[in-house]
Design a protein around this ligand. Structure first.
Ligand code: SAH
Length: 236
């Protein structure tokens, strides 16, 4: 019996079934016909309705992104499951997330890794996510409010990095913060255009490779205060 069969709540069950169906449809791109049962169990365990604004709670288990204020969104559940699955987390691993948003993705990660570090640049979102995660007793998540474009040097290196906002390129400083054999998922493309979800892998010798997984649509990753990456002159 799979995780989905054990779920009682009908709306949650439907969300998990939709994730499972979409995983099947996209298998030729992702290489994964089904997501790991531990990932599905984490998706079943985290109450998404606690991470969305009150007026959107009726839609919390729809397989779609929802606005969380400040022009930002909580990602589509299928995308959360896909990105989580592709990180190949195990209970001893550490993971860095850039773009805490509501804290939902961080909560899912926290059930699969030893330690989650998550950075959010909008103070109001950072504060409400951190409070929410504390209230829900996700104790292995450390949050920080700052620009995460340069990662979290003091806590690096990480086994996995997940960027939940779209960058125009893969920031080399983030690749540097990956451990050998580490994995990073990052949407790459122009703001408000379809982007490519990229998987960056590092081998045991520290050489990195990237490949495109599939098209996604994320809010932009901000490079420096007041500008987005498209406008930046910065070179990596
Ligand atoms: N993972 C979130 C959704 C992320 S939406 C969730 O589960 O709810 C993308 C988030 O990235 C937004 O909250 C946005 O403010 C944040 N963000 C964008 N650029 C950033 C940066 N440079 N550093 C930190 N956070 C950033």
């Amino acid at each position: 019996m799979g995780v989905i069969d054990t779920v009682r709540d009908e709306r949650l069950k439907r969300m998990l079934q939709q994730i499972d169906t979409e995983a099947g449809y996209t298998a030729s791109y992702t290489g994964r016909q089904k997501f790991d049962e531990r990932v599905m169990a984490a998706m079943a365990a985290v109450p998404r309705e606690k991470f969305v604004p009150d007026d959107l709670k009726p839609f919390a288990y729809n397989n779609e992104p929802l606005p969380i204020g400040y022009g930002q969104t909580i990602s589509q559940p299928y995308i959360v499951a896909l990105m989580t699955d592709m990180l190949d987390l195990t209970p001893e691993k550490s993971v860095l997330e850039i773009g805490t948003g509501s804290g939902y993705q961080a909560a899912v990660l926290s059930l699969l890794a030893k330690k989650v570090y998550s950075i959010e640049k909008i103070p109001e979102l950072a504060e409400s996510a951190s409070k929410r995660l504390q209230q829900l007793a996700y104790d292995n998540i450390e949050t920080r409010c700052c620009n995460g474009y340069r990662g979290w040097q003091e806590k690096a290196p990480f086994d996995a990095i997940i960027v939940t906002a779209a960058a125009t390129h893969i920031p080399s400083v983030l690749v540097e913060q990956l451990k050998p054999a580490g994995r990073m998922l990052i949407p790459v493309g122009l703001p408000y255009m379809p982007q490519e979800l990229m998987l960056v892998t590092k081998d045991e010798q520290g050489a990195s490779q990237s490949r495109s997984i599939l098209d996604v649509a994320f809010v932009p990753l901000v490079v420096e205060e007041g500008e987005n990456e498209g406008a930046s002159q910065e070179q990596d």
